[in-house]
Design a protein around this ligand. Structure first.
Ligand code: IMP
Ligand code: MG
Length: 174
């Protein structure tokens, strides 16, 4: 049986208003800095990145990176499955994530991408499970803090269930 949506946390209207607000803040922060390289983390961030990138009013380009958690290994082990195409040396970089849970993925990405000597590197996540985060990792732009519950929709999935829902909701995993 597929899981069921238990509760809608954020409707499409609420999501859109928050993305607009984040885009405004990011645009203001980068306006005088030149081109911003947005690096979306696949697959979860593809919808958020599509919306965010279209609401920015500064020079920006879009890149993607793919990572995977090692299955069966100790939690926190992350590996790259698809790298960005662009050389980010000397560029202003913003990592765009769907959600921060333990923080391991973001920590790995910050470590890996920082070694390529970008001009600056910041992080943006639409959702942040603040209580679940165990690594000390900076999240510069956050849409909403949420509790430690599994959520789907707006790019987020549970075994691919719910990824393209227009809202974000919690599920009852079976
Ligand atoms: P972290 O490395 O533990 O911070 O996990 C980050 C990744 O786990 C996210 O980029 C998501 O892909 C996935 N993830 C964590 N929590 C959820 C959730 O509630 N719904 C869907 N995906 C999640
Ligand atoms: Mg992800």
């Amino acid at each position: 049986m597929p899981p069921e949506i238990r509760k809608i946390l954020f409707t499409d209207d609420v999501i859109e208003a928050k993305v607009t607000e984040l885009a405004q803040r990011i645009s203001d922060d980068y306006r005088d800095k030149g081109e911003l390289v947005l690096i979306g983390v696949l697959k979860g961030a593809f919808i958020f990145l599509a919306d965010l990138s279209r609401k920015l009013d500064i020079d920006r380009v879009v890149e993607f990176i793919g990572v995977s958690s090692y299955e069966g290994a100790t939690s926190g082990a992350v590996r790259m499955i698809m790298d960005v195409r662009a050389d980010i040396a000397g560029k202003h970089v913003l990592i765009v994530e769907d959600i921060i849970d333990t923080g391991s993925t973001l920590k790995y990405l910050l470590h890996t991408l920082s070694s390529r000597e970008p001009a600056s590197i910041r992080t943006c996540a639409f959702l942040h499970k603040t209580e679940a985060t165990v690594t000390d990792v900076p999240v510069d732009y956050v849409g909403f803090p949420i509790g430690d519950e599994w959520v789907v929709g707006y790019g987020l999935d549970y075994d691919e269930f719910g990824r393209t829902l227009p809202y974000i909701g919690t599920i009852d995993p079976q």
